[in-house]
Design a protein around this ligand. Structure first.
Ligand code: XMP
Length: 535
């Protein structure tokens, strides 16, 4: 995968590349980050980049202690991962723990060194998912400037038990050594890289600046400029097809292409696929791209194709795959029609990661869901300039290059559209209901000026039925589930605390305007453990 260079062995070529990377960044020190398969690896790289610290991602299955010595990092980090220390732990050379280089293990990374020094790691009384309070127990440079009690995000089943060899730095309700230290080894059971861990950035700054002594942060440079240059070089005078959804990611990519293709003679074609879209998506595409000279927009109505492909399918994974098939077919036809040499997609790092892709290391990555725009083999090369970005950084790039704020602030469009908001079979009727309830919900969010206070909101047609009494008559009606989340980049999310009055109003409108609805409920789960979308 482009843009994500992985350290696999200390070959002369790899060491030269590292030297060059540091020269360009005007840095002399760096962190070696062993990717153990966590959803959050890329966030660690981003957090460190924000601190001006370069993190080189390392493959735990091939990098041995000798390779680490040759690369000579100022510090080592081990991320979390879906495995446990007892079951399918990622391969890792334990001698690396004994090199004396400052090391910070996060979640699974912490459990791995704790087990290595002889501490007990076993399932705790309760699994901890979500935000918990960390209480600091001892002064340590890792927690300089962090209050004695602060919120942290945990996602683990195993815990580390107290041991003579471990200094207890902090604890949560169910995790007696939620933060621990053994000589040059530090460990935290929680995730400092997510914004839910309020002082996470401070902890990483402490580790890099004070513990690893990295004092030469590299200057930030314009990411957008670099991406435009890269696209220009790749595209030459070719034609590019882009699937537009009216959401922020594809809009940002379209604007990057606008700049990269200016004066090249190549054509930029935008395709909007109608069929499983939300009520106002098409209007956004028409408004912002329809009448522009630099892009030709075609609206492809694929309603029937989607319905045919989805008929009889009830499992979410099957529906996602069926949707992806139609998506590919429509785009392939346009690639041929317009003689396009490239197809551009707004795929984010989050999408790749949740589809079980990402940094190509040997650690197992959990496939959470098959994203609509990942893993499709197109007949022409794909351009994915945002594949190393998450939502908030992609929006920042958009701001840099003048994408209208109205587009940037739209709630993310889930690639499979309303398919992921319908339980059971997707039919013309369930699509109509999903579209109507979404329209009502979003309309009310905008009217109440709540739209921009939440990160994303959705309305789901569930398979549950609820008894309804309508006058003298009784019957069954479908249960609609509403959700809304607060998030920064979609990696984690909290259920948004919407006012009851507001929910009441939405529920009444839905019941009055959609005769099939029996009841409306509101989802209060966070991510993790739930995902943002229902399916
Ligand atoms: P989840 O549900 O995985 O969603 O917590 C994280 C974010 O991704 C969106 N989403 C998708 N986006 N293709 C996409 O481009 C997909 O297949 C897909 N599935 C979920 C979701 O709406 C949320 O913003």
């Amino acid at each position: 995968m482009a843009n994500l260079s992985i350290f696999k062995k200390a070959t002369p070529e790899a060491l030269d590349a590292l030297k060059e990377e540091l020269r360009v960044r005007k840095a002399t020190k760096f962190i070696l980050l062993f990717s153990m398969g966590s959803q959050f690896d890329h966030l660690i790289v981003q957090r460190l980049a924000k601190l001006g610290v370069y993190a080189l991602v390392a493959d735990p299955s091939s990098v041995k202690a000798d390779d680490v010595k040759k690369a000579n990092p100022a510090g080592i980090m081990l991320s979390g991962g879906p495995a446990s220390v007892h079951d399918e732990p990622p391969p890792f050379d334990k001698k690396i723990f004994d090199l004396g280089i400052p090391l910070l293990g996060v979640c699974l990374g912490y459990q791995q060194w704790a087990k290595h020094i002889g501490a007990k790691v076993a399932p705790g009384k309760a699994r901890e998912f979500g935000v918990h309070t960390l209480t600091l127990k001892k002064k340590d440079p890792l927690f300089k400037g962090v209050p004695s009690r602060s919120p942290v995000l945990q996602t683990h089943g195993d815990i580390i038990f107290p041991s003579k060899k471990l200094d207890v730095l902090g604890a949560t309700d169910h995790s007696p050594v939620a933060a621990g230290r053994h000589k040059h080894l530090w460990g935290v059971q929680f995730h400092p890289e997510v914004t839910d861990t309020k002082f996470g950035e401070q902890m990483y700054a402490n580790f890099c600046y004070n513990i690893c002594n990295i004092k030469d942060p590299f200057p930030a440079h314009s990411v957008a400029k670099r991406k435009i240059e890269e696209l220009k070089k790749t595209i030459g005078n070719g034609n590019v097809l882009i699937a537009l959804s009216g959401g922020s990611d594809s809009s940002v990519v379209a604007h990057l292409l606008k700049r990269a293709m200016k004066g090249s003679g190549g054509k930029l074609i935008g395709v909007y696929i109608r069929g499983i879209d939300r009520p106002d998506d098409e209007a956004y595409v028409r408004k912002y791209f329809g009448k522009q000279k630099w892009i030709h927009v075609e609206v492809a109505d694929a309603t029937l194709q989607f319905l045919q492909a989805l008929a009889g399918k009830t499992r979410m994974r099957d529906k996602r795959l069926a949707m992806r098939g139609v998506y590919k077919e429509i785009l392939e036809r346009r690639i041929a029609d317009y003689d396009a040499q490239f197809i551009a997609q707004g795929t984010l790092y989050t999408d790749l990661r949740e589809s079980g892709m990402g940094h190509a290391t040997g650690a197992r990555i959990a496939e959470i869901k098959v994203h609509h725009n990942t893993g499709i083999e197109f007949s022409v090369p794909e351009l994915r300039p945002l594949e190393d970005m998450v939502k908030d950084s992609a929006r920042d790039i958009g701001r840099d290059i003048g994408v209208p704020e109205d587009l940037l602030l739209r709630h993310p469009f889930p690639g499979p559209g309303l398919v992921v908001r319908i339980e059971g079979e997707v039919t013309a009727d369930s699509l109509r209901i999903a579209r109507t309830i979404d329209g009502i919900y979003i309309d009310e969010l905008r009217k109440a000026k709540l739209y921009n206070t939440v990160w994303q909101a959705g309305a789901v047609v569930t398979r549950s039925e609820h008894t309804v009494s309508k006058g003298d008559d009784a019957g069954l009606g479908v249960v609609v589930a509403l959700w809304a989340v607060w998030s920064v980049n979609g990696f984690t999310a909290r259920s948004a605390d919407l006012p009851h009055d507001f929910l009441d109003k939405v529920a009444r409108r839905i019941a009055n305007e959609v005769r099939e609805v029996g009841a409306v409920v509101y989802r209060i789960s966070d991510k993790p453990p739930a995902t943002i979308e229902w399916g």
